[in-house]
Design a protein around this ligand. Structure first.
Ligand SMILES: *Cc1c(COP(=O)(O)O)cnc(C)c1O
Length: 449
């Protein structure tokens, strides 16, 4: 269906103009959701027998649908984990979409896979992984974690047989996607004790191993670097010792925080990650790429391959002995080469800009913690280990937090949602956008008075 007629040319120009406009906005419009009833009223039925035409459908998107989505790249979007894609990575996402590349195999996507692998190699080197390590860009951290843990269990089965009830060792600060992976895999989860500062230590991993009953056998420990709520980084070095002693697969979930491997000021916090069997980091979180991409890295990629390669007669032609097929390393077959927008931006800007940008966000997080401390009605709950600042509005309960958060969005000032910590409702600023300034933080704090 390649009909590039005059109308297509016009729509191409219109899409180009919109992309241009969106990428030039500084700041972007924050925007906010609408109810289903409102959208039904405003957008109506969009799928019709004769079609709306490209221009009208685009206008529907730019005027009604897009403004009903919160801009996660707004500098005062500090809820959950925001995004902050570079202009070049967003633009290159269009190129990827227009290029018809199948990213699942070397045979079909060699050039794309070559480029993606260089981007992965940069991340692997930051973690001190050997040159023989490797992996794949997956859809997100949830799928990346699951794929790594499936590999971990497959490796344990190969080593120890399959007589056991498999157990995954985690801390209570582990991301919800780990519990989800355990459900999908039908393995048990055992929570290891954390220390006063919320970190998992190797000693409590060993305690948990020793507490298992006859049929249970631990196959992996998941450390988090850093946790999504507070940015806490587990003690990776002592966990690596414990994993070695108990013959566990050591997986590090760095979906949010491992981008700080690039920042010299934070790098020591990750010592021990070089001994992991696998780790993940999401470029769509703190590595300035658009949704969605998770880098999954294995110390020994052949173990990933053994766990994940799909077999079928029609796929045999892909299995050349030295072909690097991204689909071999996770739960997927067809794949968009979703690491390419990240690769293009990294290749264009150079790695130093990435180092500077991550350092900048760490600095703003420290400034934010100071501003929270200076503000008479707020106090820091957990000093920022990375770029998340958890704090309380003194004297407030859950309902006041919610009302304030709703109003902040309604007034189009910012997006900050309540969280909880040890049973208490709190607020958190998650800062991954180098455009977020201390003035942005002050603007938000001023509304808490
Ligand atoms: C965000 C996050 C995940 C999940 O990643 P998705 O890309 O949202 O699937 C997993 N672990 C941690 C620590 C995270 O912050």
């Amino acid at each position: 269906m390649h009909i590039f007629d005059e109308e297509t040319q016009r729509i191409s120009d219109e899409i180009g103009a919109y992309v241009d406009l969106r990428l030039r906005m500084d700041p972007v419009a924050l925007d906010q959701p609408r109810t289903f009833a409102e959208l039904s009223e405003m957008a109506g039925q969009t799928i019709t027998a004769d079609g709306l035409g490209g221009s009208a459908a685009l206008k529907l998107f730019t005027d009604i649908l897009a403004p009903a989505c919160i801009s996660t790249d707004h500098p005062r979007y500090l809820a959950f984990i925001p995004t902050a894609p570079t202009e070049l990575s967003s633009l290159f996402d269009l190129v990827v979409g227009a290029s018809g590349i199948y990213g699942g195999s070397w045979l079909e996507g060699a050039g794309a896979v070559y480029a993606e692998n260089q981007a992965l190699a940069w991340i692997a080197a930051l973690a001190g992984f050997p040159a023989t390590s490797g992996g794949v860009f997956m859809q997100g951290g949830t799928v990346g974690n699951l794929s790594a843990l499936v590999t971990a269990r497959e490796s344990a089965r190969a080593k120890f047989g399959n007589e056991y009830r498999w157990v995954l060792l985690v801390s209570e600060n582990a991301h919800s996607s780990i519990a989800s992976a355990a459900r999908v895999m039908d393995v048990d989860i055992v929570q290891c004790a954390i220390d006063q500062s919320g970190r998992l230590l190797g000693s409590s991993v060993l305690d948990a191993v020793n507490s298992l009953s006859g049929k249970q056998k631990a196959f992996a420990v998941v450390a988090t670097s850093g946790s999504t709520n507070l940015g806490i980084i587990d003690d990776l070095a002592s966990i690596a010792d414990a994993a070695e002693a108990a013959e566990l697969w050591f997986h590090v979930d760095g979906a949010y925080g491992a981008a700080a491997l690039a920042a010299p000021s934070a790098r020591p916090l990750f010592n021990g990650i070089e001994r992991a069997d696998s780790f993940i980091v999401d470029p769509h979180k703190w590595f300035f790429a658009p949704f969605d991409a998770c880098a999954l890295l294995y110390r020994n990629p052949h173990l990933g391959k053994r766990a994940h390669t799909q077999e079928a007669g029609y796929l045999k032609s892909l299995q050349e002995p030295d072909a690097w097929n991204p689909s071999d390393f996770g739960i997927q077959l067809s794949r968009r080469p979703r690491g390419l927008p990240f690769w293009y931006s990294l290749a264009s800007h150079g790695t130093k800009k990435y180092v500077d940008a991550v350092e900048r966000t760490l600095e703003v997080a420290r400034d934010a913690a100071r501003l929270v401390g200076e503000c008479p009605v707020t106090e820091v709950v957990y000093p920022p280990a990375l770029s998340i600042v958890a704090f309380r509005r003194i004297g407030w309960g859950p309902e006041q937090y919610k009302k304030w958060s709703d109003q902040l969005l309604a007034d189009q000032i910012g997006f900050v949602t309540p969280s909880t910590h040890q049973g208490e409702t709190i607020l958190r600023f998650a800062i991954v956008n180098p455009r977020t300034t201390p003035e942005d933080i002050s603007t938000i704090l001023a509304t808490l008075a």
